[in-house]
Ligand binder design. Structure first.
Ligand SMILES: Cc1ncc(C[n+]2csc(CCOP(=O)(O)OP(=O)(O)O)c2C)c(N)n1
Ligand SMILES: [Mg+2]
Length: 346
């Protein structure tokens, strides 16, 4: 497709890419396209994991669908691979953006020997990658929050300028670990961002039965840290708010309790049946909240993403997922003795 200048005047012909706006909402088009691709890639990998589970090829999967906009907004505001990141099980898009490859994730999902997170010892979605400062997920929820406070305190004592970012669900904020960590974050003004991915459910328990406040971030004042709530379905708003919080932490001005309002588009895990506690109407509303098509539409309307580019992105993401799936499926399992060994010690 060409601009309005006659095609004969080749020296003056401009492509759509050249005439397309180079910024949107104050952010460069290249950044926004990278963010969109990162969301798309995570979604395709996530969908493949569900298929593999339904085919009986993998034992378990926890999905991040509906959380991608929030996770990518935050990840892109970090110094990815350098800042400390202590994820939770739903952070697929974020660990991919911070340095795990699709193949790394698939090796973990299949429990194969070359899984970089644990050599097949941990459950799927117990991500880690030492070389990119991604710390191992532990199954007991919220344990990563005091660990992140400890990492942030160590960074501060060493005089470094890296921040620690950790994520958990809103239901998990009722664990004692969360309160202990936030208390430390306030007392020591730690370079820490505690991200609460609030999807309104803790497995089958709705938020009204989890806490008697509207926003998790309302708790921030009690710890002496900043509290922020952002629309986590909007990657641009999340990116901007995360950047501000990270800049403040990096400058030594303290921690933020950073709540993103998201949706969980799937059941809690591959072992859950959400039709027992979510209505059909609820599911329809959920689908309409999906952040991926919303962001695609936003970029297309602004002339930043074209149909052709979207098709290319889709094909690229599928090729990566196909490769990761096929390679991981064919890869060897660990020896039984190795698989039964500890996670942290070799
Ligand atoms: C200490 C502990 N208690 C209970 C569980 C079982 N469990 C796993 S996930 C989960 C729900 C967590 O909900 P939320 O924090 O809102 O995160 P979401 O799954 O919605 O992202 C529970 C209760 C656990 N893993 N650890
Ligand atoms: Mg939740």
């Amino acid at each position: 497709m060409r601009g309005s200048i006659s095609q004969g005047e080749t020296s003056m012909v401009m492509t759509v890419a050249e005439t397309a706006p180079r910024t949107l909402d104050g952010l460069p088009a290249e950044l926004l396209l990278d963010m969109y691709y990162a969301m798309l890639r995570a979604r395709r990998l996530d969908e493949r994991c569900w298929l593999l589970h339904r085919q009986g090829k993998i034992a378990f999967h926890i999905s991040g669908m509906g959380h991608e906009a929030a996770q990518i907004g935050i990840a892109f505001a970090m110094r990815r691979g350098e800042d400390h990141f202590l994820p939770y099980y739903r952070d697929l898009a974020m660990v991919l953006a911070c340095g795990l490859t699709s193949l790394d994730v698939m090796l973990g999902v299949f429990g194969k020997k070359d899984d970089p997170s644990s050599g097949g010892r941990q459950m799927p979605e117990h991500f880690s990658l030492r070389s990119k400062n991604i710390y191992s997920v532990s199954s007991p929820v919220a344990t990563q929050v005091p660990q992140a406070a400890g990492v942030a305190l160590a960074e501060k004592l060493k005089g470094g300028d890296r921040v620690a970012v950790t994520c958990l669900g809103e239901g998990s904020t009722n664990q004692g670990d969360f309160h202990e960590a936030l208390t430390w974050a306030g007392v020591h003004q730690l370079p820490l961002i505690v991200v609460v991915e609030n999807n309104g459910y803790a497995i089958s328990v709705p938020m009204v039965q989890e806490m008697a406040i509207l926003h998790v971030s309302d708790r921030a004042g009690a710890y002496g840290v900043r509290g922020v709530t952002v629309d986590g379905l909007d990657p641009i708003a999340t990116y901007k708010a995360a950047k501000e919080s990270i800049d403040i932490a990096r400058a030594g001005r303290g921690a933020t309790l950073f709540e993103v309002r998201v949706v969980r588009l799937t059941p809690h895990s591959s072992d859950d049946d959400d039709t027992t506690y979510r209505s059909k109407e609820d599911k329809v509303t959920l689908k309409a909240s999906d952040p991926l098509p919303k962001f695609r539409e936003h970029l297309m309307q602004a002339g930043i993403l074209t149909d052709q580019q979207d098709t290319e992105f889709g094909a690229k993401a599928m090729a990566e997922v196909d490769y990761a799936h096929q390679t991981a499926e064919a890869a060897p399992y660990p020896d039984v003795e190795w698989g039964a060994g500890p996670v942290y010690a070799p």
